[in-house]
Design a protein around this ligand. Structure first.
Ligand code: PEP
Ligand code: MN
Length: 338
């Protein structure tokens, strides 16, 4: 249930609603909105009687929530959530592009790539220090050393950094270095990791599980928000289908579906969807056109020598070309598809 307060309702009247709910054994969560506050009722088993709240001072309306997810849903919060990282905003109609290699391999590699992606217009650097690899024999990332290199990129190049956190064990460490923590596709339903992310002060990029339905993905985001972190960016990165011409199938239709159901920003990673470089540029352009709130693109200065995902990493010149196209398409839509 959602209790919508009148414009200008006082803090005391909001508190009275919260107290009334809590007296009845419910959890009440005030959600500040653009010009009015709403109060979500959580953990109710069965329906809640609207009559308990209707007559209270400052209450405008009481809405029954029909979705299984609450905090992530548009029913709870109509305005788009804008996730802010320094000067970078996701969900405000701008087109932030996160770019960098799949994995941090060395200081020389990270700095070289960060320089070129920044020059081309990327506003955030990415790179894995802890890599979830299908084979235990493949490069697993540089760990703490990789995080230290990311910190150096931030200091020397001046870009905020996003990197994956694979487990609770390393969460404190990753969050100390990262401006944004990423939860990868393989961990989308690692519920203890999601809860830990919900207690983080860092924004979270939550990638879609490779076989996850929209509802499961939004429920995963609900875990993070339920612990108190509302700075969540959803990231579509392709889902597993029967096709062989790409690594995964980019699900562009999930963008309007997410926008309808949720106020959270959604970005697209066409690199992990495609798996091959020649599909990344067209898919990235389509992502902008469909209304994505940003992009994540893998770039490597020497992709043939990359220790992971070289085949899908763009050459710097390709990334420059892509950024020009992204800007043109975004100028046409004005970031106002929804
Ligand atoms: C990544 O972004 O480096 C990554 C491993 O992505 P995903 O979790 O989408 O496979
Ligand atoms: Mn990768």
């Amino acid at each position: 249930m959602l209790i919508v307060m009148k414009k200008g309702a006082t803090d005391q009247s909001v508190q009275r609603v919260v107290d009334t709910a809590e007296k009845r054994g419910y959890t009440a969560r005030p959600i500040p909105g653009g010009d009015r506050v709403s109060i979500g009722i959580l953990y109710n088993k069965g329906s809640v009687d609207a009559g308990h709240f209707m007559g209270l001072e400052g209450v405008k309306e009481v809405i029954a929530v029909t979705k299984p997810y609450k905090l992530v849903s548009r029913e709870f919060q109509n305005e788009n959530t804008v996730v802010t990282v320094g000067n970078v905003k996701f969900g405000d109609g701008s087109m932030p592009v996160i770019s960098g290699p799949c994995a941090i391999e060395s200081e020389e590699q990270a700095l070289a790539i960060a320089k070129v992606v920044k020059k081309a217009g990327a506003v955030m650097f990415r790179g894995g220090a802890f890599k979830p690899r299908t084979s235990p024999y493949d490069f697993q990332g540089l760990g703490k050393k990789g995080l230290e290199i990311l910190a150096k990129v931030r200091d020397e190049i001046g870009l905020p950094v996003a990197t994956e956190v694979m487990d609770i064990e390393n969460f404190d460490l990753v969050e100390e270095y990262a401006d944004v923590v990423q939860i990868g596709t393989r961990n989308m339903q690692n519920f203890s990791l999601l809860k830990r992310a919900g207690r983080s002060t860092r924004p979270v990029i939550l990638k879609r599980g490779m076989s996850a339905m929209l509802q499961e993905w939004l429920m995963a985001a609900e875990y993070i928000m339920e612990e108190g972190n509302n700075q969540v960016i959803l990231c579509e990165r392709g889902v597993r289908t029967f096709v062989r011409h790409s690594r995964n199938t980019l699900d562009l239709s999930v963008v309007p579906a997410v926008k309808k159901e949720s106020h959270l920003p959604i970005i697209i990673d066409p690199s992990h969807a495609a798996g091959v470089r020649d599909q990344v540029i067209p898919l990235a352009c389509a992502s902008v056109a469909v209304g994505s709130d940003g992009l994540m693109i893998e770039v490597h200065h020497r992709p043939e020598e990359a220790m992971s995902d070289g085949a899908q990493s763009l050459y710097p010149e390709q990334f420059e070309k892509l950024m020009k196209m992204v800007n043109k398409i975004h100028a046409i839509t004005g970031g106002e598809i929804f």
